[in-house]
Write a protein that binds this ligand. Structure first.
Ligand code: FNR
Length: 183
């Protein structure tokens, strides 16, 4: 059965390594896994409960609709200031009340030039995703250190271990989606 994944990069940067990784991951994914890249992170307003009335702002409706339509979520994100990039946290804050991620399988990749691989962003992101009851299975998280050494100028993954780790993560996400669909 087809498994539709919404993919989000926590970096807005044009030459982002996380964006490159996300695109490379999509090309490595198993068949029957279809990806939509959410490109509108930057158009979401700052979360404000005062705006979260009736259907909410158009950009928020669009984001929530895309999450509802997806069977699962893939996040690739850097770490900024020992935490989750503000734009990504902002997006997640918009779905705390509306609960689109409740029971939805999610996989997370953090990539960083540092040897720690964005561990603090990962930890923080997991706290948030757990709070909103997204389903992050064991094996659905991956921290990639020294990212600059693992991608070439075309944004392809040149490191074999990284490639395999990304494929394993996607297989895990796919399996979790299939299990949900079988319920
Ligand atoms: C960073 N970077 C960074 N890296 C990290 O591992 N932990 C951190 O806390 C931070 N903090 C941070 C703050 C600011 C203001 C900048 C500009 C950068 C480095 C960051 O991981 C690096 O720039 C990545 O390349 C960003 O990811 P993208 O844009 O390549 O996907």
């Amino acid at each position: 059965k087809e498994c539709n994944i919404l993919a989000i990069s926590g970096s807005l940067r044009r030459s982002s390594s996380n964006k490159a990784l996300m695109k490379a991951a999509i090309l490595l994914a198993p068949i029957h896994m279809n990806f939509t890249v959410y490109e509108e992170l930057n158009s979401l307003p700052h979360f404000n409960p005062d705006l979260d009335v009736e259907e909410g702002p158009i950009a928020v409706q669009d984001f929530r609709g895309k999450l509802r339509a997806a069977d699962g979520l893939l996040i690739c994100t850097p770490e900024y200031g020992n935490g989750v990039p503000g734009v990504l946290k902002n997006a997640l804050d918009w779905v705390v009340s509306s609960a689109e991620l409740m029971n939805k399988p999610a996989a997370i990749i953090t990539a960083s030039p540092s040897p720690r691989g964005g561990d603090k962003a990962m930890e923080s992101l997991l706290l948030t995703l757990n709070m909103i009851h997204a389903e992050v299975s064991e094996g659905a998280t991956l921290m990639i250190p020294h990212i600059g050494l693992k991608l070439n100028a075309q944004g392809e993954i040149t490191d074999e271990d990284t490639k395999q780790a990304v494929q394993a993560l996607l297989r895990k996400l796919h399996t979790t989606c299939e299990e949900k669909q079988a319920l």
